[in-house]
Design a binder for this molecule. Structure first.
Ligand code: B12
Ligand code: SF4
Length: 573
């Protein structure tokens, strides 16, 4: 029995959003479980960068792998791709069983069965148990695929399927209480997104998590299981992770335990997490930082109490301000998610969001227009009042912006709200970076230096360096690098300053700082190469050669050595 899991592509191309290219972590869990159970399973990521013709890549994979079961992970934005691929699959292998799972089919089974005649099954909600039971039933006792002869299908909870002219729903599957029973995806795959838990006790009206995973019963991996997953992935060369729990710090003791394990193991990894402003405190933040956390994203949503109430997240602004200050104080980027275009949004509520933004002083921020998906309370409300029906999803739209179903809002107005929020953030970002107040704790000094130099690099060479809305990014970067060095001799800060001076043709200060760096990090190829280039700029080719030859085994250094050699020969002639 061969199973192929597929991550289809979103409808709209994304210019900068690398997010839509990632395989949903659930597919790794599903595939690992089948592999552990002795089935053949593979994952095809059609959304990954570089796939120019997903249909052709998919058709080739179906022809070569000959899967008996094709499982698509489907979100609302990727539904058209999934349905079109299902058609292709059916043409190539008419007997293949076609299954959809994920948030969109879970809440729109009727829609998918009417829009996609090729679809055999939908797995609703958490997929592992239902998927395994279905694959086992399909395989039969012989282990060989006999698609379409499925005796036990009615007895498998979590399924929706076509039964003649009827659509049959077998009822919800029981949630897996002990997540450690799941197979370790890291045994088979290498990936960066992980989640310690499933579910969230929150009740935000715009969010798909409460209805999908349930709010009463948040389930967790043990710190041991989760640490093992990270350790295996780190052993495969993954050095940065995105911990995607809805609220990573929900179980404080569990996170402290995990952090202790990470600190003790010294894996030299970094990670980002998502949390809530009312679920962090100084001790926890200090441990997270020491364990490699460099950024925490918080769903702030709005500065207006009225809007926050409507969105189901009535957290006081003062709590958010404190969490942001503390996160930065322990050397992690506090990143804010804001939502605009919400029910009741006006210029005044946007002003309140901007006022909050100015108090939070985030070092990263994302501003989303409120969209509504089936499976959210907001969507259900709109459906009840007749403002929307599932029919809308037959249109070629990725999602449904709230302003389209709200008589008091329109696109131009909402766009202006977004522009105002973004301008406020980007125009003041250098000020936020300069205002960071770090905790005075000598044991944190290397972490502070690392944080400041990392942030400096985003201003001098990263995403903030090319954004016209940010005034004087180089000068902010310079101050951050210098401040980093006031805490600790930090390689990135030496290099960042050296490169900045080089960029501005200030060779003497560049050489001074690079030499200082090389006394601390004599083996650093990057510092050596930057120094070599400065010397070349000063036409000191012999000195440059001496400096660069120490690193000649690196191909990029050899390129500069060759230039020096040539220059010296022509100068000699
Ligand atoms: C982390 C996250 C991301 C990460 C992905 C990390 C990763 N590798 O998984 C990033 C940032 C990359 C991301 C991107 C996007 N996301 Co997102 N994301 C989430 C979040 C917060 C958690 C996902 C997660 O880790 N789940 C845990 C794992 C175990 O679950 P899972 O992957 O869903 O898989 C399980 C089940 O769904 C099911 N299942 C899934 N697929 C299949 C397939 C088969 C065949 C079967 C049998 C079962 C099955 O079984 C799995 C195991 O139990 C959810 C909200 C939530 N709490 O669920 C939103 C969520 C899934 N994202 C959402 C959206 C809209 C997006 C984007 C479109 C955003 C954008 N504008 O670009 C993109 C693109 C996604 C895409 N490919 O289409 C929406 C989807 C809503 C909808 N109805 O479509 C959600 C629900 C958030 C919301 N708004 O409510 N996301
Ligand atoms: S937005 Fe965050 S806090 Fe609110 S329900 Fe969703 S995951 Fe929970």
């Amino acid at each position: 029995m061969k199973v192929l899991f597929v991550n289809p592509v979103c409808l709209d191309p994304r210019v900068t959003d690398a997010d839509a290219t990632v395989v949903p972590v659930g597919l790794y869990y599903l595939a690992a479980q089948l592999l552990d159970a002795g089935f053949k399973a593979a994952i095809l990521n059609l959304a990954q960068t570089g796939v120019k013709d997903p249909e052709a890549v998919f058709a080739a994979a179906v022809e070569s792998q000959k899967p008996d079961f094709i499982g698509f992970s489907v979100t609302s934005p990727s539904r058209f791709s999934a349905m079109s691929l299902a058609r292709t699959a059916r043409q190539i292998r008419p007997r293949t069983v076609i299954v959809f799972g994920g948030p969109a089919p879970t809440f729109m089974a009727d829609y998918f069965f009417s829009a996609c005649p090729e679809l055999d099954f939908i797995v609703k909600g958490e997929g592992e148990q239902t998927c395994l039971a279905l694959v086992q039933a399909l395989a039969g006792p012989s282990g060989k695929a006999e698609p379409k002869k499925i005796p036990d299908v009615n007895r498998i909870p979590g399924l929706v399927f076509r039964d003649g002219n009827r659509i049959t729903d077998t009822g919800p599957a029981r949630l897996i209480q002990d997540l450690d029973r799941l197979a370790h995806p890291s045994r088979y795959f290498a990936f960066q997104h992980l989640a310690l838990s499933r579910g969230c006790p929150g009740a935000c009206t715009f969010c798909g998590s409460p209805l999908f995973w349930g709010t009463r019963n948040v389930r967790f991996h043990s710190p041991e299981w989760f640490f093992e997953e990270i350790r295996t992935l780190a052993g495969k060369g993954i050095s940065h992770f995105y911990i995607s729990d809805d609220t990573f710090t929900l179980d404080r003791d569990r996170v402290l335990d995990l952090c202790e394990k990470l600190i003790h193991a010294g894996l030299n990894i970094t990670w980002h997490a998502i949390s809530r402003v009312d679920r962090v405190d100084p001790q926890l933040l200090a441990m997270m930082r020491k364990a490699g956390c460099i950024q925490i994203s918080y769903g702030v949503e709005s500065g207006s109490d009225t809007i926050k109430k409507r969105l189901g997240k009535p957290v006081p602004n003062a709590v958010a301000v404190q969490a942001f200050q503390q996160t930065a104080a322990f050397g992690m980027i506090p990143r804010a998610y804001f939502i605009y275009g919400s029910p009741g949004e006006t210029k005044d509520t946007i002003r309140e969001s901007i006022d909050l933004l100015m108090q939070l002083q985030p070092l990263g921020a994302v501003f989303y227009i409120l969209v509504t998906f089936p499976g959210t309370r907001l969507y259900e409300q709109a459906k009840k009042t007749g403002r929307v029906t599932h029919e809308i999803w037959h249109k070629k739209i990725e999602d449904l912006p709230w302003f389209e179903v709200d008589d008091h809002l329109d696109f131009d107005q909402v766009k202006q709200f977004g522009d105002a929020l973004r301008s406020a953030f980007y125009n003041h970002l250098p000020e936020f970076a300069e205002n960071i107040e770090l905790v005075a704790d000598p044991s944190m000094s290397p972490f502070h230096a690392d944080f400041l130099s990392r942030l400096g690099m985003t201003f001098s060479h990263g995403g903030y360096s090319t954004d016209d809305r940010i005034p004087n990014p180089d000068s902010t970067a310079e101050n951050l690098f210098k401040r980093a060095l006031s805490y600790h001799p930090d390689l990135r800060a030496f290099l960042g300053l050296g490169m900045l001076f080089l960029k501005h043709k200030q060779m003497d200060p560049a050489l001074q700082i690079l030499d200082r760096g090389l006394t601390h990090f004599p083996g650093s190829k990057d510092l050596g190469m930057c120094k070599g280039i400065c010397l070349m700029n000063q036409h000191r080719f012999a000195d440059a050669m001496t400096c660069l030859s120490a690193f000649e085994k690196h191909p990029d250094v050899r390129h500069y050595l060759a230039i020096c050699q040539k220059k010296m020969e022509t100068d000699h002639e």
